[in-house]
Design a protein around this ligand. Structure first.
Ligand code: BGC
Length: 804
């Protein structure tokens, strides 16, 4: 902590200290001009700047200033290019500088536990190492410009369903190895200025007052030096939050929080020392931010558009190519699908960017002078099959040599605020593809989606190019790949299963009314598919190129017991230049503790000219071989033989060698071989882990899953909980009427995503958070009054309302 911050804090009154612990409004921090602390602003991210000039909200309802919409995290993650993600972060920071925003709210480092999570498009990967590397690059990029980041949503927030109240029940090893490791890497290697704690609970405690996670682990173990901010409205008891290490509450929620802090100090339940630590961190953030302001700074939007295109080029994943791609320029082409004119290039919610410019497939084809005929094929506003649109599409598909269908998920299929319910793309698009493939043998599918989909039609197509949600300039990147100006080089940072039931969390997602049990433990993504020997549609790390790479000359240099350098050569043996993503997996030893077969421990994206050979070296350290041992609360390497796999995808191993780790120690390795066989022999079936088994792994009883009949309501109860009570019904009506009026007419008319998102958020929002939803027009005692009325404590309820 800087001395200056300490000095300023020593001059603050108690009221000022308490005031600094909460934002001034939706996006600004409190200023104390007499001590030189000016007002600073924070704004969403993560794939562009969402600075709201006027009306503020946290779900993308009101417009923000124009900014570059870069590819979303699901796309940039598929580039596996840390330098490019650094550049993205740097450019985003430049936009912040122009707009006088001090901290950008991202990156999102949550793990893609289920392909259904509505917000997966904002996250990087199913793998923690990959996630960590991307998050580090992003944070370093932004912070290289002296703009702060907010690593979010810390932690175990892997679904939208009941995100504000759910208790994530995760065994400690899975917490550490899967869900926290990406955050850990980012904190240790990049020191984000802030970390945003998530809404949910872990171990029965809201993150905003979870001392173990906010202080013991984040600060004491990982050495985090920055500030912890709540997700918007993720506050519970403010004074408890201070004790737990929660520094800043956002947005402003009225005087209740400040009063709670002051009373706790007066009652001696909170010490001044505890409060000062928190205030110092807030002051430090303000000082850091205001020291780096640059008056009159302007970024170059054309350069940023070009960068957005470059990232999209490197991120698109060629999933299938029967030799049809690249197409010759001037080929006889039909372009089908409304996405070619109305692209889906980002997701809905708090990350919604107001793009400076949008390229579309058709506008790019026109600009390049490539001939084509277009048919809409389906409407993005509905999933109802439209036979007229399909007939028109079939008609043109019959007369052109090639057909490019632009398909994928529409806004109403994935968004912040609700989860997906299926992996299928909308029916009208499936029907269209089915009809077109009957009349044309040269069908190429271009996809826009933020998470895996099923592809029942794939065998009858010649090529599939996954563009993900590729930002405002992505359309140009796709056209350049299709016509061979760019050699595809993205690879999947997540597995595409054949069907939803194949996913390991299938039976346990999204959980119950109160809890979600992560019974699959460490078996997330490829860690599960590998172990279960389950065939997948496309494996983790997979992606095709227009050229070919040959791997050779594997050598391992040992530095000491745990540190190695792994070297090998990669040669471009195809007939064009291209980039390859090389992946290093460590195959686990035979151990008393259950483990994934292999885990990603390093990777590199490398550009290699045709005919050229490059020597690459990747490093392994202690952590590359370690598992988290709950007996010693630490990472531990158990002696044994580990495989070193150099791979082009998780299922395409090119070179292999072994490392013997001989160091033996006295650490007791948890051994469940007799008691929890289900975690050792994972069958090629729908994963089902029994309640008792999970309980044993967890080491405690499972918490209550549902609300018990007759249980009293409180400020944490949701509108959904209150269903069946008179006050609940009345409130329901008022809230939904209000919601309808909040969603701008044009957005309502376009499609119902905005409304569905708001509806879900409102239904699942605890009473205590209603203030935020209504721009603080609802004071906190209203929540208490509603709870009392729902409990039929009429006098108490009315009394509360009247007293205030
Ligand atoms: C989201 C955060 C976002 C915040 C502010 C929340 O609802 O979960 O990701 O940064 O709002 O918009």
């Amino acid at each position: 902590m800087s001395n200056k911050a300490k000095d300023i804090v020593s001059k603050l009154t108690l009221d000022e200290k308490a005031a600094l612990c909460m934002g001034k409004d939706f996006w600004h921090l409190v200023s104390i001009e007499r001590l030189g602390l000016s007002e600073i602003m924070v704004a969403d991210g993560p794939h562009g700047l969402r600075k709201q000039a006027e009306d503020a909200d946290h779900v993308g309802l009101n417009e923000s200033v124009k900014a570059t919409c870069f590819p979303t995290a699901c796309a940039s993650a598929s580039s596996w290019d840390v330098n490019l993600v650094f550049e993205l972060g740097k450019a985003l920071a430049e936009e912040c500088k122009q707009e006088d925003v001090s901290v950008v709210l991202g990156p999102g480092a949550n793990i893609k536990r289920s392909p259904l999570c509505g917000r997966n498009f904002e996250y990087f990967s199913e793998d923690p190492y990959h996630t960590g590397e991307m998050a580090v690059a992003f944070v370093n990029g932004v912070q290289s410009q002296n703009i702060g980041t907010s690593l979010k949503h810390y932690v175990m927030n892997n679904q939208e369903k009941l995100r504000m109240t759910i208790d994530s029940v995760v065994d400690e090893r899975a917490q550490r190895e899967i869900y926290m490791a990406g955050f850990e890497k980012c904190v240790k290697e990049a020191q984000p200025w802030t970390v945003m704690c998530s809404y949910n609970k872990v171990d029965g405690e809201y993150l905003s007052e979870n001392k173990r996670l906010l202080t013991d682990v984040l600060r004491d173990e990982w050495g985090f030096e920055g500030l912890v901010v709540t997700d918007w409205g993720a506050i519970n008891k403010r004074d408890e939050g201070v004790k737990a290490g929660l520094d800043l509450e956002m947005p402003a929620s009225g005087p209740k929080s400040t009063k709670a802090i002051i009373s706790a100090i007066e009652d001696d339940t909170l010490s001044l020392d505890e409060l000062d630590k928190v205030v110092e961190r807030v002051v430090d953030l303000i000082l850091k931010s205001q020291n780096t302001r640059e008056e009159g700074y302007k970024y170059d939007s054309k350069t940023h558009h070009r960068l957005a295109k470059k990232i999209a080029e490197e991120s698109a994943v060629l999933l299938k190519n029967d030799g049809i791609l690249p197409l010759k320029k001037g080929s006889d082409i039909a372009i089908i699908g409304e996405f070619a004119k109305t692209p889906r290039y980002q997701g809905a919610g708090s990350s919604l960017i107001n793009p400076a410019k949008i390229d579309t497939a058709c506008s790019i084809m026109d600009a390049k002078g490539y001939p084509y005929e277009y048919a809409k094929g389906y409407s993005v506003k509905t999933d109802k099959v439209d036979s007229v649109l399909i007939d028109q599409a079939v008609k043109i598909a019959k007369v052109h040599e090639y057909v490019i269908i632009y398909a994928g998920l529409t806004d109403s299929y994935e968004s912040e605020g609700f989860d997906r319910t299926t992996l299928d793309i909308p029916h009208n698009q499936i029907a269209l593809i089915d009809e077109v493939i009957k009349v044309n043998k040269n069908v190429i599918i271009v996809l826009a989606n933020g998470s895996p989909i099923t592809m029942p039609w794939i065998d009858n197509t010649k090529a599939v190019l996954e563009g993900y949600l590729h930002g405002q300039a992505g359309a140009g990147a796709i056209v350049d790949i299709l016509f061979g100006d760019v050699c595809p080089s993205g690879k999947l940072a997540e597995t595409f299963p054949h069907k939803l039931e194949d996913n390991p969390s299938y039976k346990f997602f999204p959980g119950y009314e109160r809890t979600v049990e992560y019974r699959e433990s460490i078996y997330v993504g490829y860690r599960y598919y590998d172990k279960a020997q389950k065939d997948v549609l496309f494996p983790f790390g997979y992606g095709l190129s227009y050229t070919e790479f040959k791997y050779d000359d594997l050598e391992i240099d040992k530095h000491d017991d745990f540190n190695y350098t792994v070297s090998f050569t990669v040669e471009n043996i195809g007939n064009r230049d291209g980039a390859e993503i090389v992946q290093l997996y460590v195959r686990n030893n035979e151990s008393p503790i259950f483990k994934a077969l292999k885990e990603l421990k390093s990777f590199r994206k490398v550009f290699i000219k045709k005919g050229e050979k490059k020597k690459l070296s990747l490093n392994l350290d202690k952590r590359s071989f370690a598992y988290y041992n709950i007996n010693i609360n630490d990472w531990h390497v158990d002696a044994g033989t580990y495989g070193v796999l150099i791979a082009s995808s998780s299922q395409d191993i090119r070179l292999e060698d072994k490392i013997d780790i001989k160091v033996k120690d006295n650490v007791v390795i948890p051994d469940y071989r007799e008691t929890l066989k289900c975690y050792y022999s994972i069958k090629n079936d729908i994963l089902d882990i029994g309640e008792k088994d999970f309980e044993q792994l967890l080491g405690r009883d499972l918490p209550k899953r549902e609300r018990v009949e007759g249980e009293l309501y409180n400020i944490h109860s949701t509108l959904h909980d209150l269903k069946g009570t008179l006050v609940g019904n009345i409130l329901n009506k008022i809230v939904f009427k209000k919601l309808k009026s909040l969603v701008p007419e044009d957005k309502n008319a376009e499609d119902d995503t905005m409304y569905t998102m708001m509806y879900n958020i409102a239904k699942e929002m605890p009473l205590k958070s209603f203030g935020m939803m209504t721009g603080n027009a609802t004071p906190p005692y209203v929540a208490e009054a509603i709870a009392a009325l729902a409990n039929r404590k009429l006098f108490k309820g009315i009394g509360l309302l009247l007293k205030k």
